[in-house]
Ligand binder design. Structure first.
Ligand code: ADP
Ligand code: MG
Length: 393
């Protein structure tokens, strides 16, 4: 396989427990490409932490071969393994493992002390800054919140500039706000080109990854490569933006409620990278917000409390606007079809179905429906249907 940075071949782990050895991992074969972000999931006790410590060279496998960045781990002795880890791998644990009588800054420097590198305090300060804790360098772990401690751990994991990051339930003990900060950091590290392998219980956190590996009783039960679900969420964001813009309002991150796996702010980030949206700072001037009804989203999920203002203003690129128009067109044509032609009555059912059809109708089917309906200009609620090629515009 091209450029696999981590290769496991027939790797298993058992522990000698008296007479009968305890099998923790059945033979597993797995390849992880450079720069991939893998989420490892599975019930407690399924072997996730064991898998992580094997591929990070923290413990030897019982059978099989582990090759990381070209090095065959089972052939290395203790010292070589320690050096290998120091150069290649950063660790983030759920239970932080910070040393209580060292400050945040000193904790970050611990891996370097072990590696015998001196004079890296400046780099450690930089890292503290990167994780948003520049003012907390002199604080002890007990003076930091859980989320802050986890960010110190991430900084510590980065002090050697490792190209592989291994994280065992890094958000497991964090509240939602800190979870998002830590996810964001991991996402950024991945974006910098690092390979990230992360254990998590949270399917939302797992969505941050490119790929998911599920363990069950020490076996790989299933694997999934993400993409489709993300695309649907991007559609949802574009659709919401369209409706908001139709009411002459600004689309603000924090004020959009959109179904999907990622928090809207992270979805918007990905969409910006893909060239679908632009992002700018929220205007400082106070302004009101008209209530905006995106029937699709509001019918499926009643609007929650919205903050008065969002963080960022999101706008369309040309490509994003075209894609949004296509989604809205499919949705509103589907509504008309269900109501007029199929005489469906239940408004909620109509919305539910239209929200599915908007993602799956092909351009050909959309043109056929539009033509069949006589190129309608509005949806049953009176909102304009963006014209298509078949409308001769
Ligand atoms: P997970 O991270 O998925 O919760 P682990 O990899 O920590 O699972 O552990 C898998 C199984 O192996 C568990 O049943 C655990 O109790 C057992 N196990 C792990 N390490 C040891 C050990 N050193 N001694 C005995 N049992 C262990
Ligand atoms: Mg575990």
């Amino acid at each position: 396989m091209p450029d696999e940075i981590i290769i496991l071949r027939g790797v298993s782990k058992h522990l000698p427990m008296g007479g009968r050895p305890l099998q923790i991992l059945q033979p597993i074969s797995l390849g992880i490409t450079r720069g991939q972000f893998v989420a490892v999931m599975g019930p407690s006790g399924s072997g996730k932490s064991t898998l992580l410590s094997l591929l990070a060279g923290l413990e030897p496998p019982s059978t099989g071969e582990i090759v990381v960045n070209g090095a065959e781990l089972t052939r290395l002795n203790e010292d070589e393994l320690a050096r290998f880890r120091g150069h290649n791998i950063g660790f983030v644990f759920q239970a932080f493992h910070l040393i209580p009588n060292l400050t945040a800054l000193e904790n970050i420097l611990v891996p370097l002390e072990i590696m015998g590198v001196a004079g890296a305090a400046a780099r450690a300060r930089e890292l503290l800054d990167e994780v948003g804790l520049s003012a907390r360098g002199a604080h002890y772990p007990a003076q930091l919140s859980g989320g802050e401690q986890q960010r110190v751990c991430i900084a510590r994991a980065l002090i050697n500039d490792p190209h592989i990051l291994v994280a065992d339930e890094p958000t497991g003990s964090l509240d939602a706000a800190n979870e998002e900060i830590v996810m964001r950091l991991l996402r950024d590290l991945h974006r910098q080109g690092r390979t990230v392998i992360m254990v998590t219980h949270d399917p939302v956190v797992a969505r941050l990854a490119d790929r998911r590996v599920d363990l069950h009783h020490g076996r790989i039960a299933s694997q999934e490569i993400f993409a489709m679900a993300d695309e649907e969420q991007f559609d949802e964001v574009l659709e919401e933006m369209w409706v908001i813009n139709e009411s002459n309002e600004l689309a603000e991150v924090g004020r959009m409620s959109v179904p999907g796996a990622l928090p809207v702010s992270l979805a918007v980030d990905k969409m910006r990278q893909m060239g679908l949206v632009t992002v700018q700072a929220h205007p400082p001037q106070p302004h009101g917000h008209k209530p905006v009804l995106d029937r699709c989203h509001d019918f499926l999920r009643p609007a929650e409390e919205m903050p008065a203002d969002g963080d960022l203003i999101v706008g369309f690129t040309d490509r994003g606007r075209q894609r949004a128009a296509d989604i809205i067109r499919r949705h509103r044509l589907a509504e008309r079809l269900f109501m007029e032609t199929l005489h469906m009555q239940d408004e909620q059912e109509i919305e539910q179905q239209a929200c599915k059809f908007e993602h799956i109708l092909s351009p050909e089917a959309t043109e056929k429906i539009c033509t069949f309906l006589g190129h309608p200009k509005t949806c049953p609620h009176g909102s304009p249907i963006p014209p298509g090629v078949c409308c001769g515009s």
